[in-house]
Design a protein around this ligand. Sequence first.
Ligand code: SF4
Ligand code: SF4
Ligand code: SF4
Length: 284
Amino acid sequence: MTERKKTGKPGVIRLRERGQVAVRGKILAGVMTAAQMAAVARIADEFGNGTVGLTTRLNIEIPGIDRRDADTVAERLREAGIEPGSTGAALRSVVACKGTVCRHGCCDTQGLARAIEERYGGCDLPRKLKIAVTGCVNNCARVQSNDIGLMGCRLPAYGAGECNGCGACEAVCREGAVRVVDGEAVHAGEDCVGCGDCITVCPMEAISVAAEGVRFFLGGRAGRTLQVGIEADGLVAEDEVPVIVGRLLDCFREIALPGERLGEVMERVGQDAVFAAAGLRPRQ
Ligand code: SF4
Ligand code: SF4
Ligand code: SF4
């Protein structure tokens, strides 16, 4: 039974102590203003036990609230620009790593999370659905354990300018995908994971961007059952990501049986059908 069914209110979660609840507030892309933090602190002092918890999906949770105060707390959070939610059979808060500001980031992770939230945030679904966005192959957001995982990628093209053989690209590449041979960088494309780091460090601008975009992984989940998301072929342009996510949500709504996660739907109807509904195909 979902939390929403248990309490009937999005974001309100029963606790062990009888009559007490926690209220969860959705923090868009995991970023709060100082004013929002101050508002949350005041609410926790006034209605809770003076503490605020952070969830694994980058939300805040205020515990120790008398359940009769839950509506008031929810309203106070809304006044601070924080929507109660991310519980029950719905699209849960989109997790984003710090790729927007991280030096390794190959996409605007926080912008993508906000764009998805703005279009579909909290929408009702047959079962919970989790989305995570990570900025590069370092995968700080662990995207393959989400129903929909998104990963930024930037592939290099060598020979864009004059190489001086400095070796900076070889030194930064953890995959050993580039070697300096006779004063010239040689790229082994099959070993390259598309982190884009060599492009950034080259002092000669001898490495350009061959392709960049977002990798999709579908059907992952963690918890009682661990299922690794299956990767789609190719890269999707950032501005096309929300549309593809929308197709996947429609598909999930239409064909999921009660209680099924996206990965279970893929097992039942075949992964190709779900990928095709989104305009994707599985990577071979
Ligand atoms: S996944 Fe990459 S971009 Fe995101 S925080 Fe980690 S290192 Fe930075
Ligand atoms: S993009 Fe990353 S993995 Fe590929 S060659 Fe450059 S540093 Fe190595
Ligand atoms: S970093 Fe640039 S200039 Fe230096 S070896 Fe690599 S490609 Fe050549």
